[in-house]
Ligand binder design. Sequence first.
Ligand code: SF4
Length: 273
Amino acid sequence: MELTEQYLSYQKDLSGNNLYLNQHFNFKNNEKTHQQDKLITNSENKLQLDKSPKKSISNSHAVNNLISDQTKNQNETISKDWADATSMAELNTKIENCKNCILGNSRLNFVFGTGNHHADILIIGEAPGADEDELGKPFVGRAGQLLTKILEAINLSREEVFIANILKCRPPNNRVPTPAEVEQCEPYLKKQIELIKPEFILALGLTAANTLFKSNFKMADIRGQIKIYNNIKTLVTYHPSALLRNPNWKTATWEDVKLLRSMYDEYLKSKIN
Ligand code: SF4
């Protein structure tokens, strides 16, 4: 395999007490690998590899690199094998310390999602807000209370479905997620979908819809229709936050969730027959 790029980066562990040196190797076929070694301070107050005492660098060099490579290192704070998780609980544990994007530094709490890990219906919103950030749970503020009422109106409880967001951390001031943040976080949602295996997805708002379908839909183009996302019947409707701002949209939302309920009833019937 032909090596195309090799570089070093440094990272501290979560306690901040230990420093590690990463050697990254990128190959022509786009494969990447890296080797990590712990650094220790020797008797001359220089950093050296724990495994290989011959390679050493000065403290100032290490610290400079630590700062300049901070972004590159952010994704080193989570377990490398999160994609191999076989349960939602395992996935949560493996990604809850993620700092792959800058939101990892400003969040109060990582918001994995809540509900039935084997739900038939997965509800996907945009990102945690202030209340969600504080409690580490999705849809617990005013918009969340409205979502609970909408679900209850079609005889669904929050415990029956799973509720998640495109992003697991709160964007400051509830701004719209950036494309880079979505790109970093979406793989976690995809893994959640793989583990839950829902029959239906209800996407709340255009950030959720356009992230799933990699498109630039307007709500009028897409709501009220059954779309297929990875073989999963998907409906798009207004985000409850939008309904709080524009109560006129509640009628359309009611039509959308009634359609979801009727599809779900058909599915449940088909399982019995
Ligand atoms: S928003 Fe997603 S990618 Fe960014 S730090 Fe949080 S969990 Fe990681």
